[in-house]
Design a protein around this ligand. Structure first.
Ligand code: UDP
Ligand code: MG
Length: 308
């Protein structure tokens, strides 16, 4: 097998025909043998039966179908576990990532890059809020982690077989694939493209899911939030020492008694808030330990078609 293309699908019946048409013509133009791995992430619409129709006409189409919705990152993981190509491409189903870029990714890969990102030079398709929040997130991530996770890069990328083999060893529950591919290293290159709007249907990443995803990204690659608790605590202790000196001086040197209800209240409430917040941060990491320790499989495949 020369190349594998992994497409995570969750309720994408509206885009599938167009997607397949464009993917097929790209595949036809590529030299060598290829496979199209459609990973159905527990879709509740007609997606799976549409993919089955593709498969009945085209043996390159292979299907992995989950027993329920496990999420985008798990769908990608399942695809990577099953892919047998020398080069493996991950692409979104909604045609925000143009399949026509794949030959360029492959060209770059032939130059010797083991990971080739598709970098969004412009996001025609996304609203101002999505753009601003993405920007903020990547800034924060850069500041919090020591792995170079590139900005303006989604999951659309090409991975060399060797990288895929390494990625398969990383079995963590909270998966942020973009971070994981940076973590494994290897020579990484990029190709620029303009990101189109979603072709049809609506986003499968509502705000809450996006926030979860951002949190996973940060907590799986950084313990800086935990360290922040220590620094903040230290900072507050210093302020408290200053305040204590001032209060003692006022009492014993200047003999003024301070009325002080307001300041007392403020200090108590502030400290309570800080402690709860930091407890929450610690809890977030403890919860993740709990989920890892259970050691559950990352996804469950109900049906598999086209694989030996
Ligand atoms: N997706 C998935 N499972 C999910 C959510 C999304 O497999 O639970 C797939 C979806 O079908 C699409 C890709 O992940 O192929 C990206 O989703 P979407 O385009 O909705 O995200 P956005 O581009 O809005 O961030
Ligand atoms: Mg999209």
């Amino acid at each position: 097998m020369n190349y594998s293309i992994i497409i995570p699908i969750y309720n994408e019946e509206a885009v599938l025909p167009k997607l397949y048409e464009r993917l097929r013509s790209v595949c036809d133009s590529l030299a060598g043998e290829g496979e199209l791995i459609f990973v159905d992430d527990g879709s509740r619409d007609q997606s799976l039966s549409i993919i089955e129709k593709f498969r009945s006409q085209d043996p390159r189409v292979k299907i992995l179908s989950f027993s329920r919705n496990f999420g985008h990152q798990m769908a990608i993981t399942a695809g990577l576990d099953a892919a047998s190509g020398e080069a493996v491409v991950i692409i979104d189903a909604d045609l925000q990532d143009p399949p026509e870029l794949i030959p360029e990714l492959i060209k770059k890969w032939r130059e010797g890059y083991k990971v080739v990102y598709a970098e969004r030079s412009a996001r025609r398709g996304d609203g101002i809020f999505k753009r601003a929040s993405a920007r903020l997130f990547y800034r924060l991530l850069k500041w919090l982690t020591k792995y170079p996770i590139p900005e303006n890069v989604g999951d659309f990328r090409l991975l060399d077989k060797q990288v895929v083999t390494e990625l398969r060893q990383l079995r963590e529950q909270h998966r942020f694939m973009r971070g994981l591919t940076s973590w494994v290293g290897f020579r990484q290159g990029k190709v620029a493209f303009v990101r189109d709007p979603r072709y049809a249907g609506e986003t499968k990443y509502p705000f809450r899911k996006m926030l979860r995803f951002a949190f996973d990204g940060i907590t799986s690659f950084s313990i800086v939030p935990l360290r922040l608790a220590v620094s903040l605590g230290f900072f507050i202790v210093i302020i408290c020492v200053g305040l204590a000196l001032w209060a003692l001086g006022a009492r014993f040197i200047f003999h003024v008694t301070i009325q002080g209800w307001t300041s007392l209240m403020l200090a108590v409430v502030f400290m309570g808030g800080v402690q709860l917040m930091m407890l929450g941060v610690v809890g977030e990491y403890v919860g993740r330990i709990y989920e890892e320790v259970k050691g559950r499989p990352l996804y469950i495949i109900e049906r598999k078609e086209g694989f030996e």
